[in-house]
Design a protein around this ligand. Structure first.
Ligand SMILES: Cc1cc2nc3c(=O)[nH]c(=O)nc-3n(C[C@H](O)[C@H](O)[C@H](O)COP(=O)(O)OP(=O)(O)OC[C@H]3O[C@@H](n4cnc5c(N)ncnc54)[C@H](O)[C@@H]3O)c2cc1C
Length: 559
């Protein structure tokens, strides 16, 4: 092949990019490690203080922001991500835990969306097999037409998945349905349809994304809210943030600032608008979803149940997860944007009432081990404000403001990777970043992932298998023999503080372990012991009383 000046120019650009990346990595003293990369906060803050101008600064450490961080870092860009609370504190720890193509969108005829999500489902299951596994679902039928009706739709779902299919849809008789979901109400049961999707541990997946991005050279900090944007000549040129623990302020200059703050994106957009004399219109219409967690004897077995049409037309899931069962969810418009939204009594009534129609043993309020609420960032694209809106799919939106602020919101956990690719494409198309090499994340294994997963499913109680290839490292931690409760050792707490950015009791009991979401009462009882270990590890206030108040809320069922 003959060499042209264009080849030389491309080689030069790649060399410059590579050299720049190496110097960025040196600045923050991070190289790809053979052993886990410590999340030593003082070093991370020192790195933040000493940063030069970066390629991408990301606001928000949920699924969306973390996905962008990983994609950008693996393409050789210098990346900073700042999260105001803990990684996945927002919506990204409150999902129904399904890695799914979205059977519901199929019913709406949105084939492209389902195909994309099925493709992403396959990527996610491959890249994090220690945290995401296939899960069989049953739709029970109480009317004769339901099995063929839903079965044909689900066969189409299989066909769309193609090679990414996880197992064939099966038509079940009444006995077979009962064998799969032994907790189902048998009176009038005609049969059911069995199909396959996936499930995952959302907060631990967020942590795996954060740590993988850090291994690729990104600098990530939790408890570091972005307080303002910096503008130069009417263009976004960076941001200001502060360390919650010390109050220290930092300034970050960036070629591209990505606003990935979920339901909170409009707050950042407003700052951008105010600084550039533009009025912004809200683009998010939040909707809350409530989940109730009960013991597994209310719904035993390792299949999930999907009720496709409840009394008011919503779907209801019963999902075995980490030794308990999740029931949910609701879809209630919400105008305030609390980090810890409260459930309404009617939402609890709805979930318990519908569950009672389908379960042999109906749980009551007293049986609820934990109740938690998440806010969906549903997108309402703004009009008439000069923004270039690109509705990449009906699910998520990437929007570049006239000042160059890139906002991404909507979508779902399952499609976080595709969303990240869209964000970076949009940054390039808008001239904020130069041309980039193709994304590598479709088959990029996350921290802890092994080609042959030790974990068959994540319906069972959690344990060392959630750490994947890092299980031996956790096993070697001091305190590995001291179990606080099955599936949670002192060694795991120390690992969380040293390598997983955990700063306080809530980080450990809500998101490194999922105990707060599984059994809030037990989490509260273990909290003092957890606080003592964390204090030893971090030397900072583990915020025990704040956690106890939170655990109280997760145990309080309204109504
Ligand atoms: C009830 C419910 C069930 C769901 N179930 C599923 C499911 O089963 N499967 C699925 O695929 N998807 C599901 N989803 C959707 C999925 O959870 C969300 O699409 C996804 O988590 C959104 O991630 P995000 O990063 O955009 O937002 P978030 O996770 O909310 O992240 C935004 C982050 O920005 C931070 N932030 C805000 N302001 C600032 C600031 N000034 N500075 C720094 N940081 C800031 C917040 O603290 C937050 O952590 C569900 C959603 C809900 C609500």
């Amino acid at each position: 092949m003959c060499r042209t000046p264009a080849h030389d120019l491309l080689a030069l650009l790649l060399l410059v990019n590579y050299t720049y990346r190496l110097s960025f990595l040196a600045t923050i003293s991070m190289t790809t490690p053979a052993s886990p990369q410590p999340s030593d906060r003082s070093k991370l803050l020192a790195a933040l203080g000493g940063l030069g101008k970066v390629d991408v600064a990301i606001i928000g450490g949920g699924a969306t922001g973390l996905g962008v961080a990983l994609d950008a870092a693996t393409r050789g860009l210098s990346v900073v991500l700042l999260e105001s609370h803990d990684f996945a504190k927002g919506t990204s720890s409150r999902a129904t835990k399904l890695v799914h193509g979205g059977v519901r969108y199929l019913a709406q005829g949105n084939i492209a969306l389902v195909r994309e999500a099925l493709h992403e489902r396959s990527n996610l299951l491959h890249n994090a097999p220690h945290l995401a596994r296939p899960l069989p679902f049953v739709m029970p039928s109480y009317k004769c037409w339901e099995t063929p009706f839903y079965g044909i739709g689900l066969k189409a779902y299989d066909a769309l998945a193609g090679k990414a299919g996880l197992g064939p849809t099966e038509f079940l008789g009444s006995r077979q349905a009962q064998r799969c979901i032994p907790g189902v109400k048998t009176a009038g049961l005609k049969g059911g349809v069995k199909y396959w999707d996936g499930q995952f541990d959302d907060a631990r997946l967020a942590m795996a994304l954060a740590r993988t991005a850090a291994e690729q050279g990104a600098l990530l900090l939790n408890y570091c809210p972005v307080t303002n944007l910096i503008h130069e000549d009417g263009k976004v040129a960076g941001l200001r943030c502060s360390d919650t623990e010390t109050g220290a302020q930092y300034t970050v200059h960036a070629r591209c600032v990505v606003n990935a703050t979920g339901v909170w994106v409009d707050g950042i957009r407003e700052k951008d608008g105010t600084a550039t004399g533009r009025k912004t219109q809200p683009m998010v219409a939040p909707s809350q979803g409530v989940h109730l967690v009960v013991d597994s004897d209310f719904f035993p077995g390792d299949h999930a149940m999907l009720v496709p049409k409840t009394q008011d037309g919503r779907v209801l899931f019963a999902v075995p997860w980490l030794g308990k069962v999740i029931l949910g969810t609701t879809d209630t418009p919400r105008h305030d944007l609390s980090l810890e939204p409260e459930a309404f009594a009617e939402e609890v009534n709805f979930i318990l009432g519908e569950a009672a129609k389908y379960l042999q043993r109906a749980p009551t309020r007293n049986d609820v081990r934990s109740i938690w609420v998440g806010l969906r960032p549903l997108v309402r694209p703004p009009r008439n404000e000069g923004d270039k809106t690109q509705q990449i799919s009906r699910e998520h939106t990437v929007l570049v403001s006239p000042s160059g602020l890139v906002t991404v919101t909507g979508g779902k956990w399952t499609t976080y990777r595709a969303m990240a690719e869209d964000v970076l494409e949009k940054c390039v198309a808008s001239g904020l970043l130069d041309r980039l090499p193709p994304s590598e994340t479709a088959d990029f294994m996350l921290v802890g992932a092994a080609e042959t997963p030790a974990r068959a499913s994540i319906t069972a109680q959690p344990g060392l298998d959630a750490y994947g290839t890092e299980a031996d490292i956790v096993r070697a931690m001091p305190g590995n023999d001291t179990e606080l409760t099955p599936g949670l050792t002192v060694g795991m707490l120390r690992f969380a503080a040293r390598y997983e950015y955990a700063r306080c009791v809530e980080d450990v009991l809500a998101r490194r372990s999922r105990l707060l979401f599984l059994d809030a009462g037990l989490a509260a009882r273990l909290a003092p012991a957890v606080a003592a270990i964390l204090l030893e590890e971090t030397g900072t206030d583990p915020r025990l009383s704040e956690f106890l108040a939170l655990a109280d809320r997760y145990q309080t069922v309204p109504g």
